[in-house]
Design a binder for this molecule. Structure first.
Ligand code: GP9
Ligand code: MN
Length: 628
């Protein structure tokens, strides 16, 4: 009996194959997905398959009538999701996410132009559904019902699982930590497919909505007390020192502090910065506090004075939260706020998160002229990025607060011969070797930028603030690093290597080196105080780096912390003077603080608690449309 069944075409197979091919064709024709090699092409091709097999496979458990109905309805819904993405992409150049769907401003923009976005030929997106429906009507025999045995079903799902793992395995080799770090929607869709991406997005969304729903304002009281108790009044000499000036904030990609005032092969690594810090405030005990969200985590710290999360990127997971970020505060104080980064706007979900932070404008890839010649590694070279950005600065309303995110000094630290100003280091480790020339290149790019600011008359009315976003050389490279530094990289040294430069340059001020222990969490109150803006009522975990009576303290996202005389990491207390383990009692007084800081900050993010905090005048809705 069973044999007879197999003579008929399987409706499950036909539906799956049609939708699979259609999805791939849509990828190639309706989205701009960059493919760099044949492995990526294979991933793209197979990535819709496992999802489709699972969803259509459910019908293997159904009786004839239900099976046909289920397959038709499912095919229609999945096609509609694909089509919705196509239309959304035509307008926003981005893939749909659930929070975006509920963002009314986006949807009303889309709604008003939907007629222009859709045309008759779009019916092709439903071609397979139509074929299926017609076949079922006209050739019901050909598409006849077939009963599946337990073994058939088992085999079917095993194949689906195998394909899913094959897909994930290939994606993981192409893009390590794809899911834990959630870099970029385009990358996710490219690697796990548009349908799985929606499932993943729905999972993230439901997780955070549940946590948010369970939270209430009462939790804020403890946190508020803690923050109040740690508030430090500004230093009178510095408060308002840059009132009304433009702020140019530069995030230096992967720039660690150990390169400052150092040489490689006898040549300076950062000659410009070394001079610049002589006429700036330079903090030489300053740490990055980022987690898996890397650059985006540093942005989160800097703008909010909140810690990023211990896993995942808060830019992705909590972009719908209420924040009181620096751009938002500065908008209210008459500033124009912009972020500049010559990369995909959706990378790290910046286009969405920047709206929550209050940025009025995001100058991203389309705002730059990016060519083969002016690109290397991850994208546009820093020199060209800065030079082209100056025109944007000139066009901006003043005063502005403008953040620049550099890119050339990004792993794997690629650089062409003509841009290499110094020779690589000479160890067995290519990553470490190549790090030095790209840092040197970035240094030169900033030198040219500052010169251009002077030439264009923008320098005098601005303050320039620079910070390293996170480490560039991970612990995997300890061997070559220890060769370069001439010492063993113990856990103590590893923690010290998390230092990044923090430099505040105020034209006309002499500046000096300040050795208070601090971190990216402290940047927000430091900047606001220099602009003469009070932070007494803000929920900031950091404090002004210029304040008197500062507690020397920085906690890293993994729970390690640094005080004036100790480093605590991997459950060991180290004496800073010797770098040797010391009595745990020396670190004990700070342990509670380190734990509280991270836990309270996490609570705020998971519970979206700032929505309960007395909203400052003017509600969010009154802000200009941002970050398109
Ligand atoms: C991408 C850039 C680099 O836009 O900010 O990100 P990273 O990998 O350093 O987090
Ligand atoms: Mn970075």
């Amino acid at each position: 009996m069973k044999n007879k069944n197999w003579s008929k075409a399987s409706i499950v197979a036909i539906a799956t194959i049609l939708l699979w091919l259609k999805t791939y064709i849509a990828y190639k024709t309706s989205f701009d997905i960059k493919i760099e090699n044949w492995r990526q092409e294979i991933i793209l091709f197979i990535n819709p398959l496992s999802f489709l097999m699972f969803i259509f496979g459910i019908s293997l458990f159904m009786k004839e009538k239900n099976q046909k109905r289920y397959i038709l309805i499912t095919s229609f819904i999945v096609s509609a999701v694909l089509f919705a993405n196509v239309v959304f992409y035509r307008f926003f150049n981005d893939f749909l996410t659930i929070p975006v769907l509920f963002q009314t401003s986006n949807m009303s923009d889309l709604g008003s132009s939907v007629t222009e976005l859709i045309n008759f030929s779009d019916l092709l997106y439903f071609a397979d559904f139509i074929i299926l429906a017609v076949l079922l009507k006209v050739k019901p025999k050909f598409m006849g019902y077939r009963e599946y045995s337990k073994v058939d079903r088992r085999a079917f799902f095993l194949v689906a699982i195998a394909i899913a793992f094959f897909n994930l395995g290939m994606a993981e080799t192409e893009r390590p930590q794809l899911l834990t770090r959630t870099f970029d929607r385009e990358m996710l869709v490219k690697n796990i497919g548009t349908y799985n991406y929606h499932l993943y997005d729905a999972y993230l969304q439901s997780k955070s909505s549940a946590q948010r729903a369970m939270a209430d304002g009462s939790e804020l009281a403890d946190i508020d007390n803690y923050v109040r108790a740690n508030y430090l009044p500004p230093n009178d000499d510095m408060f308002g020192i840059a009132k009304g000036k433009n702020v140019i904030l530069i995030s230096m990609e992967s720039t660690q502090n150990f390169v400052i005032n150092q040489t490689v092969n006898g040549q300076e690594i950062t000659p410009f910065l070394n001079d610049f810090i002589k006429e700036s405030y330079y903090f030489d005990n300053f740490y990055h506090q980022t987690g898996q969200g890397k650059t985006s985590d540093s942005e989160f710290l800097v703008e909010n004075s909140l810690y990023p999360l211990s896993r995942g990127a808060v830019f992705f997971t909590h972009s719908g939260n209420e924040y009181t970020a620096t751009p938002e505060i500065l908008n209210k104080n008459g500033y124009f706020t912009a972020s500049m980064h010559a990369n995909n706007k959706s990378f790290w979900n910046r286009d969405i998160m920047y709206q929550a932070l209050g940025y009025q404008r995001f100058y991203s890839l389309p705002d730059y002229e990016v060519t083969e010649e002016n690109s290397v590694g991850w994208g546009m070279k820093d020199v060209d990025f800065f030079q082209q950005s100056v025109q944007h600065l000139k066009d901006m309303p003043k005063p502005f607060y403008s953040k620049f995110i550099t890119l050339t000094n990004h792993f794997p630290f690629e650089l062409s011969e003509e841009d290499s100003l110094i020779q690589p280091y000479t160890s067995n480790d290519k990553t470490v070797n190549n790090y030095f020339p790209t840092v040197r290149y970035q240094d030169e790019a900033m030198k040219m930028f500052v010169q251009k600011l002077k030439d264009e008359g923008l320098y005098e009315d601005s303050i320039i603030i620079l910070y390293g976003d996170h480490y560039g050389i991970s612990e995997n490279h300890n061997k070559a690093m220890s060769e370069y530094l001439g010492k063993e990289i113990t856990p103590f040294e590893s923690t010290q290597l998390q230092e990044v430069p923090f430099i505040v340059h105020i034209p006309g001020e002499k500046g000096k080196t300040i050795s208070t222990v601090g971190g990216q969490i402290d940047i927000k109150p430091t900047i606001l105080h220099m602009l003469g803006i009070d932070t007494k009522n803000d929920i900031d975990f950091g404090s002004d780096l210029f304040s008197k009576d500062r507690l020397d303290f920085a906690v890293l996202r993994d729970g390690s912390f640094i005080t004036k005389d100790q480093v605590f990491t991997r459950d060991t207390c180290y004496d800073k003077a010797t770098g040797e383990p010391t009595d745990r009692a020396a670190c004990e007084p700070y342990m509670e603080k380190a734990k509280n800081e991270l836990e309270y900050s996490d609570k705020i993010i998971y519970g979206d608690l700032l929505r309960f905090y007395g909203q400052p005048e003017g509600s969010k809705e009154s802000y200009p449309e941002t970050a398109k």
